[in-house]
Design a protein around this ligand. Structure first.
Ligand code: 1GP
Length: 225
């Protein structure tokens, strides 16, 4: 299902959203909701948000950043591997621990691995994962090719969380991919940026603006559909 998605809103369980705004997001025409965040995500706040989104018909997936907050009942579980982290814990370590502990109950068919390339040095995810963000275009392409060709991952995620990225880099990565779906996220705050990012990627992820300016957030859907 993920392959066909052009636009996804990412909601952070650690941030407040009232029923009216959630209603607008879920009825916006977006293809899916992704639930996740880098900090403050708990089992409780994730269950709470999932149950509110479940009143609507659209797909809802969890992006897992911490094994303590994995909640049953999502349609898919996105598992990031931060390829440019300088700490192997964020590439395979946390995943190894989670599988060691919960492997017997993992619904493998619902797992989708994301080859993350983190590119905004000032983002929470870059700090958390100690990511090597100082990559030029060919350096980023090389990571994307590791995901696409060496690891056969279904998704390459260019993560600029909090800033609008280098569209030339995104376009170049996209052109070099063979099979992986290119997901772009970061700094999409209006219609024009959504259009630009959608033109060079397969799927755009819109996060922060939902909490800052709902109207602009909703316009990003019409840029894609
Ligand atoms: C964050 O890629 C998403 O994980 C979206 O980024 O919050 O900057 O929209 P923004």
């Amino acid at each position: 299902m993920m392959k066909a998605w052009k636009h996804v809103f990412k909601l952070d369980p650690d941030r407040e959203i009232d029923d009216q705004n959630l209603d607008a997001i879920c009825l916006s025409g977006t293809d899916a909701i992704m639930v996740g965040g880098s900090t403050g995500v708990t089992f409780e706040n994730t269950v709470d948000l999932l149950s509110r989104i479940r009143r609507y018909e659209l797909p809802c997936v969890q992006e897992v950043s911490d094994m303590e907050s994995i909640v049953p009942g999502f349609d898919l579980y996105m598992i990031p591997m931060v390829l440019n982290s300088s700490d192997p814990a964020w590439i395979v370590g946390h995943q190894q621990q989670a599988i060691d502990r919960y492997g017997y109950m993992i619904p493998w068919e619902l797992l989708v691995t994301e080859g993350y390339i983190v590119l905004n040095p000032d983002s929470a995810v870059a700090r958390l994962t100690d990511a090597n963000t100082s990559l030029d275009i060919s350096g980023a392409v090389a990571y994307a090719q590791i995901a696409d060709k060496l690891m056969s991952l279904p998704i390459v995620y260019l993560e600029y969380s909090g800033m609008f990225g280098d569209m030339e880099l995104v376009r170049t990565v996209k052109n070099k991919l063979n099979q992986a779906q290119l997901v772009y996220g970061g700094g999409i705050t209006d219609y024009a940026k959504a259009k630009q990012a959608a033109a060079v990627s397969d799927t755009i992820i819109v996060g922060n603006i939902v909490y800052e300016d709902l109207e602009q957030a909703l316009l990003t859907v019409s840029a894609v559909h």
